[in-house]
Design a protein around this ligand. Sequence first.
Ligand code: MG
Length: 351
Amino acid sequence: MVPVRRKAEAVSRLESDRVTALHGAGGELMGKLLAERILPRFKLRSAGPIGLDALDDGAVLELPPGQVVVSTDNHVVKPIFFPGGDIGRLAACGTINDLAVMGARPVAMTMGLILEEGFPLADLDRILTSAADVLAELGVALVAGDTKVMGKGELDGIAINTTGIGVAAHAISDAGLRVGDAILITGTIGDHGMALLAAREGFGLETRLESDVAPLWPLVAQVLPVGGITAMKDPTRGGLAAALNEMARKARVGIEVREADIPLRPEVQAVSELLGIHPLEVACEGRAVIGVAPDRADAVLAALRGHPLGQDARIIGHAIPDYPGRVILDTGIGGRRFLEMPIGDPVPRIC
Ligand code: MG
C-alpha cells in the first residue's frame, strides 16, 4: 500500500497543463479533474438529494408535470473554437434546441466528454465554461456525465455527447404541417456553417461571418403562448433545404417558399458564391423553422420579432396541396424550381 503522503506527491507530479491518460482512468487524477475543473462550473441537480453532486452512479430527477422529451447529440465540430462560439456552447445549444423545437422547456442535461491525450486543460476550461454559461442562462442542471481519454492521435482533440431532458405541456412534432399553414424562419440562414467553413479555410476574407449558435428556448417560450404552431424544426445539418424537405415529406404536403423572403446575410451570400455552396443547404445552430396556422401567423411573427433572437424573423412561404413531399422555390420573375433534399451536408463536421 502506498502511504497517503507519497500518493499525493505522485498525483501532483502527474499533473500538467494537458490531459493525460489518467484523467479518464477513474482514479485520483480523474477525481481532481471532476472536482476542480468540471463540477464547480455547473448547477448540478434539479431535484432530489441523489445525483451528480453526490457522485452517485446515476441521476434521480423529479420532473414537473407534462410530457418528458429526451434528445441526444454528439459534437465533433472543427475547429473547436470558431467565430461566435465553441464546441462547448454548441454542445449545450444543440441538445437544448432539439428540445425547444419540440416545445419542451429544457430541465436537465448530461454530458459525456471524450478527450485526446495531450489536449490543453486551458482549452477544456474555456469549453466547459461556454457550456455552463448556456445552462446557467436557462436554469438547466447538469445531472450526469462521463469522461474518457483516448491516446494521442486516436481522436481529434475532443468529442462531446450531450443528452437533454425537457418537459412540454404538449410536445410539438416536425410532422404537423397542414395545407395553408404559413412557414416562418426565425432569422438569417447559413451563418453557422459558413462561419465555420470560412474559419477552417482561412481565406483571410474581410468578412464578419459569425455562427448563429444560441439557445432557442427563450424565443420559443415567447411564441408558444400565441398558439397556432403546427410544426417546428431546427435547420441544422443540410440547412433550410433539408428541414423544409423533411417537414414536407412527413406531413405529405407541398411547401412553397419565396427565395427573396429568405433572410440571408450578404457575407453568407458572398462566401457561398465564392465556394459554390448553396446557402440554403448550410447549417444554422440558433434558428427554427415554424409552421403556423394561417390565422395566427402574423401574431407569431410579431412575437418572434419582439425577442432579440427573432429580429430577422420572416414568413417565407406556405404549405400547399400540390407536390406533396416536395419543396418549391419561387425564384422571382415567374421562376419556380424544386428545392431538393441535399445529398449530405456540404460542410462536414459542422456540429
Ligand atoms: Mg433538430
